[in-house]
Design a protein around this ligand. Sequence first.
Ligand code: GDP
Length: 418
Amino acid sequence: MTTKASNYLTHFRNIGIAAHIDAGKTTTTERILFFTGRNRNIGEVHDGAATMDWMEQERERGITITAAATTAKWTRSGTDQEYTVNIIDTPGHVDFTIEVERSMRVLDGAVAVFDSSQGVEPQSETVWRQADRYGVPRIAFSNKMDKTGASFDLVLNDIRERLGAIPAPVQYPMGEESDFKGVIDIVRMQAHTFTNDLGTEIEIGEIPEQFAGKVAEMRAQLIEAAAEVDEDVMMKFLEGEEPTQEELVAAIRKGTIEKRIFPVLCGSALKNKGVQLLLDAVIDYLPSPLEVPAIRGKVEDSEDTVAFPADPDGKLAALAFKIMADPYVGRLTFVRIYSGTMQSGSYVMNASKDKRERVGRLLKMHANSREEVTELRAGELGAVIGLKDSGTGNTLIGDGDDAVLLESIDIPEPVIKL
Ligand code: GDP
């Protein structure tokens, strides 16, 4: 049950973006930051040219994805509900496996990006298995739909055969390669057509006749998968009734969080196509910090473990997951707060090193700015300035609290057998 103090977390998504090198992780992340920035009217975006200028500037300044955790805001399309989306950098290269594993600890869900002309490549397999080990719910983005050789079916087949997972396409592409014109939302039964080259304008309409058969078939499979995880949908399914849109979304969400359903979307990050819909899917299907199992810490000198549910009023439990040197402010320690609240100017205990440390300033990193905050609450991520001895993987707890170590928690058994 959620306590009132943690209600804000319903509108939080802490996600990573994982991919084989070259599949488009950088481009997808940049576009997400672009659209979330645009969403908040950052930059004067009036027409296509200005849009591209803004992106180029961001790229030149090179700050879009250098932060270990970037905080963005997204208003779910068709609603006025704003969400906080923290994007955690997941190193893509196999050499950084330990770093990848550590980043898996601090995210609640992931977007797996595939190159739709290549299908599932070896590094994607590695990261997918790591996500399995850490029990990370995932949605997949079949990127590069505009590219020669792009095939949505190839990605679906590879997810089945190489990853041993059952893909649940929630979209279907309207055309492939240079014919890629939009995507069909199979859940809502709408066609989203991109009407400008930048993909920033989307027209929502009826599903074109030529795709009706394929979409009906895929929707039937989607409902069947949803029925497996949700009783209400199952009852309707058995009676030959259609679930409502809300029921279907809720069932897919439940299945995704339980790692029994892997929603698959498609688009072209390079052409900005489908990225807003991907953000909507992050909101719709990936869990909030309240919907994942509470992290556990091992009590020092004991076999006991203790859970830290996401509650800003609980005991402080945070993990330092990345140290970066900043030319202006020096050492930045990126942390995820699991429980409690970290205050600027306070003292914390580094339980891994048995050292008391003073928290100096606290920052939230945005794509094009840094925001100084006085506190970081449970479920939030940010950077601490002032920690001297805390290293990657260290546990930070409240000053005077009993020592617990978050690093030593058991890794859950894989959910999917490969
Ligand atoms: P990363 O290594 O996964 O971060 O991949 P990048 O984002 O750097 O992309 C690798 C290459 O693929 C770059 O040349 C991109 O311009 C290109 N690329 C990324 N997304 C798309 C896409 O949607 N369509 C096409 N045609 N190329 C893309």
